[in-house]
Design a protein. Structure first.
Length: 317
């Protein structure tokens, strides 16, 4: 029998945290759920621990990859198996509050235009914590996409409760690289292009970013060429999303330009952290001019992004 919500937990080398993540899912106030744990081949006891908990609760199912597939393919393999009307991505480093699903379902179910609903995320860095605030993503597809790419407080809709039908429309994290550095940005743009996303200003989700094995820390171990190549793959997918959801070429240009500005800012932040050599940002502006004149709603934000990355563009031109 199909459950109402599929909770997807992708994991690799998560033996120290997977038990907590699964238990938090099992303790949801909504019991009609399917907990799908997708285990990338791990050298530790992640799979054994997940299988032990699955034996205790029939709602827990396991995908066990025989070879390493990387986090992008691991997530997509689970997305391919979703049959419930709703699903959410829930990463093994993290903890959801017992009312997470109940609260987001109550927001999403009455709103037929919305395809997702998400909450505030508490980022636990060990010695400190900070709260990720968000916004409603409403209006037309262009408005939702540019709000995500350019405005402050974008929130954390990657961890949204989402209607399954967007998976039938092709929503996935773009494949093409093993490590998938910031590949979720393309997933997010496509999610918001597909429909409205509602913001619940409650902290129902906690990220444990202090953990040594966190995905974002692993990215920094890769070469600059690998990381930048991943961003180019992501930019290509984001361009394709603009071409698919927007009919007017001027609107498509805005999203292509905003993609370059946004990913360019991501790259410069990362490049400074890893001491990367200078490289041209042009490949992130696919079929776009970085000097597009945005409508007033986004003009100031776009200019702020451009000011941030323009010195790097000038140095490599």
């Amino acid at each position: 029998m199909t459950s109402n919500v599929c909770v997807i937990i992708p994991t690799w080398r998560g033996g120290d945290v997977i038990g907590d993540a699964i238990e938090a899912a099992r303790n949801q106030t909504v019991e009609d759920i399917d907990i799908l744990v997708s285990v990338d081949r791990s050298p530790d006891d992640t799979l054994e621990l997940a299988e032990r908990l699955a034996a205790e609760d029939s709602r827990v199912r396991i995908i066990a990859h025989k070879e390493r597939v990387g986090w992008v393919r691991n997530v997509n393999a689970a997305l391919d198996m979703v049959q419930s009307p709703y699903f959410c991505l829930y990463f093994h480093d993290d903890i959801i509050q017992p009312s997470y699903i109940e609260t987001l379902l109550a927001r999403l179910e009455p709103e037929s235009k919305a395809v997702s609903a998400y909450c505030n995320v508490m980022r636990d860095q060990g010695s400190s914590q900070d709260e990720s605030l968000g916004r409603d993503y409403k209006g037309g597809a262009l408005t939702r996409m540019l709000d995500r790419l350019l405005l402050e407080q974008p929130g954390a809709p990657l961890r949204a409760l989402t209607r399954r039908h967007v998976l039938d429309q092709g929503l996935r994290i773009p494949e093409g690289s093993f490590h998938g550095f910031h590949a979720q940005q393309a997933y997010l743009l496509e999610l918001l292009a597909a429909g409205e996303s509602l913001y619940e200003p409650s902290v129902l989700y906690r990220r444990r970013t202090w953990r040594p094995g966190a995905l974002t820390k692993g990215w920094l171990e890769q070469s600059a060429e690998t990381l930048f190549g991943d961003l180019v793959i992501t930019a290509q997918r984001m361009k394709a999303t603009a071409d698919r959801y927007l009919d007017a070429e001027p609107e498509r240009r805005f999203v292509r330009c905003a993609t370059g500005l946004s990913l360019g800012s991501v790259w410069l932040h990362t490049a400074n952290r890893i001491g990367a050599p200078r490289m041209s940002l042009d490949p992130l502006f696919i079929d776009a001019d970085p000097f597009e004149q945005f409508p007033d709603r986004w003009a100031e934000a776009a200019l702020a992004h451009l000011r941030k990355i323009k010195p790097a563009m000038d140095q490599t031109s």
